[in-house]
Design a protein around this ligand. Structure first.
Ligand SMILES: [Zn+2]
Ligand SMILES: [Zn+2]
Length: 114
């Protein structure tokens, strides 16, 4: 690929904003990439920032996958304790069965995503 501005110069990369090829002389270094000009540098930095935020959110969602089963286990354990003390306690039964159901559903979700 050639530089968009200098015919015959081979491009060292693509502008993050307009995806045109840029040579070593044109390239403006930005976070995680290049831009073709000073005008696109600011936009490219904004793009890089949103990409970094998106990557962080992806990590958060991966972690969130495990929060649901942990909550389910905690609920089932609490219900279990209540049932041990009074096996006719309806609240204990509800906590225990919904805890088990949450763990089950969460595990199905985790296994399906793999
Ligand atoms: Zn550009
Ligand atoms: Zn150039």
């Amino acid at each position: 690929m050639e530089c968009f501005d200098h015919a015959g110069q081979s491009a060292v990369g693509l502008c993050k904003v307009c995806a045109r090829g840029v040579c070593r002389a044109c390239a403006v270094t930005v976070t995680n990439g290049l831009s073709c000009s000073e005008e696109h540098r600011e936009l490219a930095e904004q793009l890089a920032r949103t990409q970094i935020v998106a990557a962080r959110n992806a990590g958060f969602y991966r972690m969130q996958r495990w929060i649901q089963p942990i909550c389910g286990i905690a609920m089932a354990a609490m219900g279990g304790i209540v049932l041990v003390m009074d096996e006719s306690d309806i609240l204990g039964l509800v906590l225990f069965t919904s805890g088990i159901a949450i763990v089950g559903l969460a595990l199905v979700g985790v296994l399906r995503k793999r």
